[in-house]
Write a protein that binds this ligand. Structure first.
Ligand code: XMP
Length: 199
């Protein structure tokens, strides 16, 4: 198993083909708006049979609604879902939720992500930018191994395979770079998660 989560931002036919191809090679898959808008919960049900699934709708709603959405995706087979760190103060600790603490692109998180990081320890983990390894390293220093760190921004957004892992992430989230050429998975040979063995 390579420490990679494949972001299946593509159509369902291609997503299923990539998931079949890479299921033994990677830690899991990430399903977002693309597949959910195409086919609802069905992609979550089908791809969960091939590997662990994180659902990334970047939730940013009131706890009542967030809990209902998380319940639905977990019932469909996902392990967990990603929520915006901005709503963390209103959420109860929840091992089914990853908290986005800083993005790979410029956002207002750039001014407040350090405030959010300790809170991520009450959740399944943090999403931190893989194209900014110094941020990942700082997040790991604060969290220790109390929570997972998963990191997008590799390949299409400039991060090099392994950059985020070496900085302290457990798994790198990779979309376009692997969807374009699944054989690139060999670039993660010999890399291991920093703390956690499952997503
Ligand atoms: P690519 O194709 O750039 O896809 O490898 C990245 C995946 O990660 C999700 N995601 C983020 N992407 N900044 C990102 O660039 C973030 O902060 C972030 N958080 C999650 C994105 O939705 C895509 O599936």
């Amino acid at each position: 198993m390579r420490p990679v989560i494949v972001a299946l931002d593509t159509d369902l036919k291609r997503a299923l083909s990539i998931a079949e191809q890479l299921r033994e090679e990677v830690a899991g898959f990430k399903i977002g708006w693309d597949l959910v808008l195409e086919a609802g919960l069905d992609p979550i049900r089908r791809i969960s049979k091939l590997g662990q699934v994180i659902v990334d709708l970047k939730l940013a709603d009131i706890p009542y609604v967030v809990n209902r959405v998380v319940n639905k995706v977990v019932e469909a087979g996902a392990c967990c879902a990603i929520a915006h760190g901005l709503i963390a103060p209103s959420l109860e600790p929840d091992q089914r939720i990853y908290l986005l603490v800083r993005m790979t692109t410029p956002t207002l998180y750039d001014d407040l992500w350090r405030q959010l990081v300790p809170t991520a320890g009450k959740f399944r983990g943090a999403v931190a930018p893989g194209n900014a390894p110094s941020t990942v390293a700082e997040v790991r220093k604060v969290l220790g191994c109390s929570a997972r760190i998963i990191s997008p921004g590799i390949g299409a957004q400039g991060g090099k395979p392994g950059d985020a892992i070496r900085a302290g992430a457990d798994f790198e989230i990779v979309g376009r770079y692997l969807i374009e050429e699944p054989s690139r998975i060999s670039q993660w040979d010999k890399l291991k998660p920093t703390c956690w063995n499952s997503i």
